[in-house]
Design a protein around this ligand. Structure first.
Ligand code: SAM
Length: 630
């Protein structure tokens, strides 16, 4: 293959690159190609589970990007392109597909999963070839292929990782690194096409062009017609033509302002607006009625309806539907209503809603009977290992009434306990959550169920072999402590909590000498803290103001000798406080505390001589940070 003749075959054709990646642009420009850039509106949201191999996902995304532009161009009265090129680059490691990081924490998660390992970079490429046939329909043919390159990262220290993340380079790059710039320093070796890692496999692309223009496949070859020569793997497919009526449909869907806007922009470009800005605006408008707009509509409706789904789940749980259907599977709505003493109509609506939420499944559509889905079996049965019924009951009985008064909470900036429960809110926990035994037990069940689900991920987030004794401050029922002793066979854990909590904890843990968990009662703001090598603070600090946090950390620091550890577990906000929404929504309960980022917690701890040695986003409900006293 000689390169120039291949590229020169494209002379005089309208070639469109359906990508705004500056790296792809540069690679193709450097190869002497002339093309227009029309970024695709296709959102990279294909369900990865539907693909047998990661490269198939990359190829399909590339294809959808190119097709979206192919369909959109004529509907905006633009000339039909001759060729549209789409590409998608992904990084895969340990069976996971890594795309662009959402934020710094996501970049950290990606880069630490690549550290010291070999990974694959796949770029899927789709070339859409368009021809107008004699009926003025547009026939198009898609040639697609992928290229794989293996890359090995050196072992990356925490400092190196964060320095790289803080450089800002990872943010718009698949896998969170750019090999052509600073990211090149992380790389030990590359096996395969280097440009493929940058974002476009130029060599393989030229081979495909060579096949297309020097030995074109006949359309009767059908699928895979051009898979010969040394440029495989690739495939060729010929979708139905883009007929005038299809073009018209697309035109309606895309809106009709595109043409007028483009001409206007070229003829009367306002002096105060840059051409780039204007083109961006036009592009934005072109996308408005697209796939993206439809997805946005779904998303906003989901948010609007979200409370109905939560309440349906809460009601089905509190009525005991899931436990009943576990004991007696395949009941119809009338039987469930009879067993649970509800109206048949109401139960039928609730069961159908639960099916739509994937909590139940039906077997017989004519006379439906209901069964639990695997999701319900895992989390919604009272005897399930990871039962969340305690957590759900707390949300239904306490958090729901508080959120009912969210507008007042926002106006006043206060907890709405008095409005929701008719009582003044005094000292947190002691006067509110623990105001009666019944409410206290409910709260403890909620903490217990969440700690059982999240405890293992927290307990195994770091190597804790240096710590033989731990004290779980505010350890509640001991569920989290129990996960620590299971994960660390040498470790003994003391749970320290308020006297009424320690007393009631027996409901949850029949005393067992082997589980190495003991209880001590006291107030961590006033009483002596038990001695330990490691202090655990799980879901404690977010409830307290900075002032109270300083008091508590000061008291812990006083009993710690250098080398003692402090393991903090919370939902860590992004440093720019844009997520995750679980943490930010929790803050709307408006307790006296605040949700914080790992950086903010790190600073609070540093002022008490605790230095952060590791931060882990567990991908479970709680993140973790390990600090050591210096
Ligand atoms: N750490 C547990 C977990 O992650 O499942 C429970 C977290 S819960 C949000 C807060 C815990 O702190 C409760 O068990 C509560 O009783 C305890 N607590 C609150 N104030 C306390 C105090 N002044 N002294 C000791 N424990 C306290």
């Amino acid at each position: 293959m000689v390169m120039n003749p291949v590229i020169s075959k494209l002379a005089g054709k309208l070639v469109v690159l359906a990508s705004s990646s500056p790296r792809r642009l540069e690679i193709l420009r450097n190869a002497g190609m002339r093309f227009e850039v029309v970024p695709s509106c296709f959102k990279e949201t294909l369900d990865k589970r539907l693909f047998k191999a990661p490269q198939e996902y990359a190829v399909e995304t590339a294809k959808q990007k190119a097709l979206e532009v192919t369909r959109r161009m004529p509907c905006n009265h633009r000339k039909m392109p001759d060729i549209v090129i789409g590409a998608d680059t992904i990084v895969t490691v340990d069976g996971m597909i890594l795309e662009k990081p959402r934020d710094k924490q996501d970049a950290y998660r990606m880069l630490s999963s690549l550290s010291g390992k070999e990974h694959s970079v796949f770029t899927g490429v789709a070339i859409v070839l368009c021809h107008e046939n004699e009926n003025e329909e547009v026939d198009y043919q898609i040639v697609d292929f992928y290229e794989e390159t293996k890359v090995k990262f050196a072992d990356l220290s925490e400092d190196m990782l964060w320095e790289y993340i803080d450089s800002g380079e990872p943010m718009d790059k698949a896998g969170g690194y750019g090999i052509q710039a600073l990211g090149g320093m992380l790389v030990e070796y590359v096996h395969g096409d280097f440009l493929n890692v940058v974002g476009f496999p130029l060599n393989h692309f030229c081979k495909q062009l060579d096949i297309i223009y020097n030995c074109p496949p006949s359309s009767s070859d059908g699928q895979h017609g051009s898979c010969h020569g040394d440029a495989a793997p690739c495939s060729v497919s010929t979708p139905p033509p883009l007929t005038p009526s299809a073009t018209h449909t697309a035109q309606t869907a895309c809106g009709e302002s595109g043409h007028a806007e483009v001409r206007h922009s070229e003829e009367t470009l306002p002096l105060t607006t840059s051409r780039g800005q204007l083109i961006n605006e036009i592009h934005q408008r072109e996308c408005e009625d697209s796939e993206e707009a439809r997805e946005d509509l779904q998303r906003i409706i989901q948010l609007i309806d979200g409370f109905k789904a939560s309440k349906a789940l809460f009601t089905a749980s509190s009525l005991g539907i899931f436990d009943l259907l576990q004991r007696k599977p395949a009941l119809d709505a009338a039987q469930v209503a009879h067993e649970l003493k509800t109206s048949i109509k109401g139960m039928q609506c609730l069961l159908e809603a639960c099916v739509s939420l994937n909590l139940l499944k039906t077997q017989n559509c004519e006379a439906p009977v209901y069964e639990n889905t695997d999701l319900a079996k895992r989390f919604l049965l009272s005897d399930a290992r990871w039962s969340l019924l305690g957590h759900i009951a707390h949300y239904n009985d306490t958090v729901w009434p508080l959120f009912h008064h969210l507008d007042s909470a926002v106006k006043e900036g206060n907890h709405q306990h008095h409005k929701a429960f008719g009582k003044k809110c005094g000292v947190l926990f002691q006067d509110t959550i623990y105001s009666s035994e019944e409410i206290q037990l409910k709260f403890m069940k909620a903490m217990h169920s969440l700690a059982k689900v999240s405890g293992r991920a927290v307990a195994t987030a770091f190597d804790l072999s240096a710590f033989k004794t731990a004290c779980d401050l505010g350890g509640c029922t001991g569920a989290m402590a129990s996960e620590f002793t299971k994960a660390h066979p040498e470790m003994c854990v003391t749970v320290f909590d308020l006297p009424s909590v320690v007393e009631m904890s027996q409901h949850f843990h029949p005393p067992c000498a082997e589980d190495r968990v003991t209880f001590v009662s006291g107030d961590f703001f006033k009483d002596d803290l038990p001695k330990a090598d490691l202090y655990i603070l799980a879901r404690i600090l977010h409830d307290w103001s900075d002032e109270k946090v300083h008091i508590l950390l000061g008291r812990i620091a006083d009993v710690c000798t250098p080398g003692c550890g402090l393991l903090l577990s919370e939902i860590f906000l992004n440093e720019n406080r844009t997520g995750p929404s679980r943490g930010l929504l929790q803050a709307l309960s408006m307790s006296e505390g605040r949700q914080r980022s790992a950086g903010e917690y790190g600073l609070l701890l540093k002022s008490h001589a605790f230095i952060t040695t590791g931060i882990k986003q567990t991908d479970n409900l709680l993140d973790a940070m390990l600090c050591v006293k210096v």
